[in-house]
Design a protein around this ligand. Structure first.
Ligand code: AMP
Length: 467
């Protein structure tokens, strides 16, 4: 069986198994909790098959993840002068009520790919989505304001194609190096259709001579423009952002320099089970912080007052602690926390032990002792992965713990550690409190990076050509 086929069968298997696990979580007890319904060994095997399929070429010479079965990138294409590059990008940017782009991080992130293609004289046809128009044309979600913004940013017109029916002629009129952006691809219900019909994919394929996927943020979607298209338009290769995302995340997960420390925070254990499970097979230290920590504390008999707790996840928390012990993973929780009687930040706050939180109070941030402890562990780590904040960082009064963690990660990075920030809220916090350039990598994909860290196959990556 070829490597490509192995990856496909793994892709078919894993999401189904994980789905069942999540659905059944309420009925589980500790003894039958088996992490995504797969043994750790088989889960790792799936990941290894996947990782051997990914290309890291051209971006970093010291990765060990090279060998058979690599994915092609635009750097593998020879003469692209005058050729039409059909490129899926993730420019799902926030707009204000006047349709101004309020954060252009995702647009900036695809610029290396645009520059690369432009410099080599390709005609660039971008496909993207904005919001969730659910298969219907809805001007509210038009990409026209984004095309205008990009025109201004790039200092040249980005040709806006308002409808696919206009696309063939407009694409034909493009000059070498020129960029066009197709209207929101999710205006077409076929984009997200869950069937094997390839009609829409073939229609899109007419617009390009080769396919590029640079939309890491949408790579966990098995949609026409993110995955199916790669079957009918060849070559099908990754863009430079996609390549960097995968290289950085996989380098951290699969070839970590040790000690490897992961920080998993946020509000819910239930949304991070897959992440915790996969990380336990890989890390030396696992810091569990934020709201999700209290379910663990309660599982250990602690008093958590009014803190966030998922009672139906207590057995899961116990199983995770047991597995950590078996694996020799150093599981680290807050010892002290900042507790308040008013979530809005206007009430009384006090530092208390995490397992002695009084009734009427809830833990909302790491305490002083905990921040120091986390910082010590992080500063002596060589690989760091953060997914989720350790407090309610959106409120400045409860942001000290998350700030301390991020500062320690930056220090460690300056001392040579590899740091990767993955997942929506930690990325927002990283950008708010630090300079994103001070981390090794800040992922542009929320759901995609979460699924990647869970060890799942991303259809958008899987569909690309092997080297
Ligand atoms: P998630 O989406 O699960 O990654 O959770 C991120 C959210 O967790 C952020 O909005 C934080 O405000 C929230 N969070 C972090 N710590 C706590 C806490 N101790 N109590 C309640 N929410 C928290």
């Amino acid at each position: 069986m070829s490597i490509q086929r192995i990856a496909f069968s793994a892709a078919n298997l894993q999401p189904r198994v994980s789905y069942q696990t999540q659905k059944n979580e309420k009925n589980r007890n500790a003894s039958d909790f088996s992490f995504s319904g797969m043994s750790s060994a088989s889960s790792l095997a799936v990941r290894n098959n996947f990782m051997s399929n990914v290309s890291f070429r051209g971006l970093d010479n010291d990765t060990k993840n090279t060998g058979a079965g690599l994915k092609k990138s635009i750097k593998d294409l020879d003469d692209i002068q005058g050729k039409r590059a059909l490129v899926r990008v993730d420019i799902n940017v926030p707009l204000d009520e006047n349709k101004n782009v309020t954060d252009d991080t995702r647009i900036q992130a695809i610029r290396p790919t645009l520059d690369y293609l432009k410099d080599r004289g390709a005609k660039i046809v971008l496909m993207a989505h904005l919001g969730r128009p659910k298969g219907q044309r809805n001007e509210e979600y038009s990409l026209k304001p984004v095309a205008d913004y990009m025109s201004e940013l790039l200092g040249e017109e980005v040709v806006f194609i308002p409808d696919i029916k206009d696309a063939p002629e407009m694409v034909n009129n493009l000059k070498n190096g020129q960029i066009a952006l197709l209207e929101n691809i999710r205006f077409y219900k076929e984009e997200e259709a869950k069937n094997d019909d390839m009609t829409f994919a073939k229609e899109l394929a007419e617009l390009g001579d080769f396919y590029v996927n640079d939309a890491f943020g949408a790579a966990h979607r098995n949609h026409t423009s993110t995955a199916k298209l790669a079957e009918v338009l060849k070559p099908a290769v990754s863009g430079l952002l996609m390549e960097k995302e995968i290289r950085c995340l996989s380098q951290a997960l699969d070839n970590p320099e040790r000690p490897f420390t992961a920080i998993v925070g946020g509000s819910k254990v239930s949304s991070k089970i897959g992440v915790l499970e996969n990380l336990l097979d890989k890390v030396d230290n696992l810091i569990i912080g934020g709201g999700m920590a209290y379910t663990f504390v309660k599982a250990n008999g602690g008093e958590i007052g009014n803190s966030l707790c998922e009672d139906d996840q207590i057995e899961v928390a116990r199983a995770i602690m047991k597995k950590a012990e078996e694996k020799g993973v150093n599981l680290i929780f807050d010892t002290d926390v900042l507790a308040t009687d008013d979530f809005s930040g206007n009430g009384t706050t006090k530092i208390v032990k995490i397992n002695e939180i009084p009734d009427g109070f809830m833990g909302v941030d790491s305490g002083i002792e905990s921040r120091e402890k986390f910082a010590d562990v992080l500063k002596s780590s060589k690989t760091i992965l953060m997914n989720g904040p350790v407090g309610v960082f959106e409120n400045p009064k409860f942001s000290q713990g998350t700030q301390a963690v991020l500062a320690a990660i930056v220090d460690a990075t300056k001392n040579g550690a590899t740091s990767v920030i993955g997942g929506g809220d930690s990325v927002a916090a990283a950008k708010q409190f630090q300079d994103a350039d001070d981390f090794t990598h800040v992922s542009t994909g929320g759901g995609a990076s979460l699924e990647f860290i869970e060890g799942k196959i991303l259809p958008g990556v899987d569909a690309l050509d092997d080297v």
